[in-house]
Design a protein around this ligand. Structure first.
Ligand SMILES: [Zn+2]
Length: 745
């Protein structure tokens, strides 16, 4: 039915002053031709506007609702609001746009005698635009089918256009996404396509209601997966899972799976269901992590609140060989049908060639050897968000100590891959001890972890990942510093990153990400920031305060470093924006802002709360949000409860507006004078907009007393302070280890 989408020769009209409004998006078709797509099953799903060669015009107007979004839009388009004229616009929709356009055309014909039909123009437009229409329909095919089968679930409106000033760009209104309105552009940089998100936000109705959008209209529970890996490591799997619809009957249920997996059959309580999945593009990105939506179409409507047994048959290649005998499971967490957020139990059985070794999330509860096939079964003891596995030719080192059991797997020297033979895993025992020490430290700080036994396995990349009970570490972390490739040896930070930080960071994810989970994608940063800062606290304990300070200094340098156009990386956007932070303008902004500014935010909270209260706060988070989603705002509220009595900004609202929801790193300059036991002075701020304000910690050291902090609220003008102390002050300073601001002396 999708292939039938083409333009309708009998539905081409001369139009003027026709307006389409979707929440904060307004499209004005001022003067030109409008051709509608043919009706398919009684519905028109597309339309094209084309201005007259010389005269016509159309315009799209969007005003983002907050300062951050206006800044973002301005950074890409040089204007805080979108008001762009265009000559051609292709619209695709599954909401009521088709009927709305027909009604407006009819009304236009009645009232103004205008809007006349133009078959000649129709032929021309259809010839030119049926091709582009087909490729856009192909991109949206799953969604179009889903909305056709589940009318009323919230259709979308999409406009692809070429602006007279800004070039090609897209406008999407999709009520089912947290950011319902997304405007952006595909750009090329370094032979790579980037989608630059100019602005993305919830529509005005959802903003007024303040409700979060849930992606899946069901709850998924109790996964049982049986996976067979053949000699070429192709996977054939059966996934069984209990599905409970949480909305009234839907004609189609959406699931996610790696684009490398094909779903061949689905049954619901034993009865065959239909599957709709986009034809394979044979790709996904290099790591195969592309999650794509596919649909299950039940033979009869499912009842809300009733639980059904779904069985999926799926197969594909999610494992790639990277170098001799080293494997890469690209689709970590996406190799089976899933939805983004539910915590659930998993029972995983793998059948694979006996020459290989395999590790997975959960406890190993059964193993068999059957001819040339090995069988391993794993079961989780606590609910988890994603199940993962890894495989290779492993040598193992197991260390049990203080109630923890760590098994470190490394690629064997006989199958060295790109690493120097004999030395493929000199640090196995170090890693095991390191992970146990980190577990001990973090258990003492945050309470017991969800699992007491952890498996560490290698992935041939420069990063790690912390699944429940299963940690992936970069193969570089297994090497002594001098064995690492030269480009990974520069500087103290790189050495600490691979030798110390990575294992501790992934260990910390047992608490942050696996025990406490992010409520939405806007809260993902919290898990990375808390995991990274927990690793830094552990390093601080092990190596001293100076190590923490040096790493934070390093982070500040990265954040204030400038892109080619002179803007600081930190200005790419607030930490809550997630992957959108990386764009053709700032390719690595997501990493730097999420991990490094994120760590600074947690560190500055620690300075506000004081060490003891800060640690109690983290432990309380783990208690209160055990196996639950945490939002950034809940995080703020609990932090505020741990502020010392009488603190300024007692709800931390200004702190979060400035550092979490805002951007900007000021340069601060302190002037002061000491008279007797009184300090008077002022703090001057520069390098940020006039409305930037933060509490600057002025540290005052006296002889016998503890160090006192005078919190000075900065603004566009220098702000003065005066404080009387019990003793004569010896030193007054803004300390670079207490604020992300740059201190000018
Ligand atoms: Zn992480």
């Amino acid at each position: 039915m999708l292939a039938q989408n083409e333009f309708d020769f009998d539905a081409c009209y001369r139009v003027n002053d026709l307006k389409i409004a979707r929440e904060d998006v307004s499209v004005y078709l001022t003067s030109g031709y409008l051709i509608l797509a043919r009706k398919v099953n009684g519905v028109r799903a597309a339309a094209l506007f084309a201005a007259d060669v010389d005269a016509g015009d159309a315009e799209v107007v969007v005003m983002p609702p907050n300062r951050g979004e206006r800044l973002s839009l301005a950074s890409f388009t040089e204007s805080p609001n979108l008001d762009e004229h265009f000559k051609v616009g292709l619209m695709l929709f599954s909401d009521n746009t088709g009927a709305e356009l027909e009604a407006k055309i009819e009304a236009g014909a009645r009232e103004r005698g205008g809007y006349r039909r133009d078959p000649e123009e129709a032929a021309k437009l259809a010839n030119n635009w049926n091709g582009p229409l087909r490729s856009i329909v192909e991109n949206f095919s799953v969604r179009l089918v889903e909305d056709r089968l589940s009318p009323g679930a919230g259709g979308f409106f999409f406009l692809a256009t070429a602006g007279s000033r800004l070039g090609s760009f897209d406008v999407l209104y999709d009520p089912t996404l947290p950011d319902q309105i997304t405007i952006g552009q595909i750009r090329q940089r370094d032979q790579k396509n980037w989608f630059d998100t100019w602005t993305a936000f919830a529509g005005r109705t959802a903003r007024a209601k303040g409700e979060a959008v849930r992606w899946a209209p069901y709850k998924a529970d109790d996964y049982r997966i049986e996976a067979n890996l053949d000699d070429a490591l192709g996977m054939r799997a059966k996934t069984r899972v209990k599905i409970t619809p949480i909305t009234a009957a839907r004609g189609a249920l959406p699931f996610l799976i790696s684009s490398r997996m094909r779903v061949s059959a689905v049954s619901i309580d034993g009865a065959a269901a239909e599957v709709y999945q986009r034809p394979s593009l044979g790709s996904g990105n290099a790591f195969g992590t592309n999650d794509e939506v596919f649909l299950v179409i039940p033979p009869a409507p499912l009842k809300q609140g009733q639980t059904y047994e779904f069985e999926f048959s799926h197969d594909g290649n999610v494992i790639t060989e990277s170098g001799k005998g080293m494997f890469f499971v690209g689709a970590r967490g996406t190799w089976y049908p899933h939805s983004p957020t539910d915590l659930t139990h998993f029972d995983l059985t793998f059948h694979f060639p006996r020459s290989l070794d395999l590790v997975a999330t959960g406890d190993l509860i059964d193993k068999h050897l059957d001819g040339d096939t090995r069988e391993l079964r794993f079961r989780t003891s606590e609910p988890i968000r994603f199940a993962g596995f890894n495989l290779g030719h492993y040598q193992r080192k197991c260390v049990s100590r203080d109630g923890f059991r760590i098994e470190v797997c490394a690629n064997t020297p006989e199958e060295p891959g790109p690493l120097p033979p004999a030395a493929s895993a000199p640090r196995m025992e170090d890693i095991a001890n390191e992970v146990i020490s980190a577990l001990q430290y973090m258990s003492a700080e945050f309470g017991p972890p969800p699992v007491r036994s952890l498996t560490v396995s290698p992935i041939p990349t420069t990063f790690g990942q912390g699944f429940p009970g299963l940690i992936y570490l970069s193969t570089l972390a297994y090497l002594e510093p001098e064995q690492r490739p030269r480009q990974e040896q520069t500087g103290e930070y790189t050495r600490i990153f691979y030798s110390d930080l990575m294992a501790a960071h992934e260990t910390a994810h047992q608490w942050w990400g696996n025990l406490v989970t992010p409520a939405t994608s806007h809260d993902d940063w919290l898990m990375e920031a808390l995991a990274n800062y927990s690793a830094l606290m552990y390093l601080e304990k092990k190596k001293g305060h100076e190590t923490l300070d040096r790493i934070l200094d390093n982070y500040r340098e990265h954040l204030i470093s400038r892109a080619a156009d002179g803007r600081e990386i930190e200005s790419a956007g607030p930490v809550t924006w997630g992957l959108r932070l990386s764009s053709s303008q700032f390719p690595n902004a997501w990493q730097v802002i999420t991990y490094e500014k994120g760590s600074w935010i947690i560190h500055m909270l620690r300075v506000r709360l004081g060490d003891q209260r800060f640690r109690e706060f983290l432990a309380e988070l783990c208690r209160r949000y055990r196996f639950q989603g945490l939002t950034t705002d809940q995080f703020r509220k609990i932090a505020a409860q741990y502020l010392p009595p009488g603190s300024k900004d007692p709800e931390l609202e200004s702190f979060f507006d400035t550092w979490v929801y805002g951007t900007g790193i000021p340069v601060l300059r302190l002037k002061y004078a000491i008279r007797g036991t009184r300090v008077t002075g002022s703090v001057e701020q520069s390098g940020v907009p006039d409305d930037f304000s933060a509490l600057a910690p002025v540290e005052i050291r006296t002889g016998t007393q503890k160090t006192a902090i005078e919190w000075v609220e900065t603004g566009s003008d220098p702000v003065s302070f005066s404080r009387l102390l019990p003793d004569r002050p010896l030193a007054v300073a803004l300390q670079p280890d207490e604020t992300l601001a740059t201190i000018q002396r």
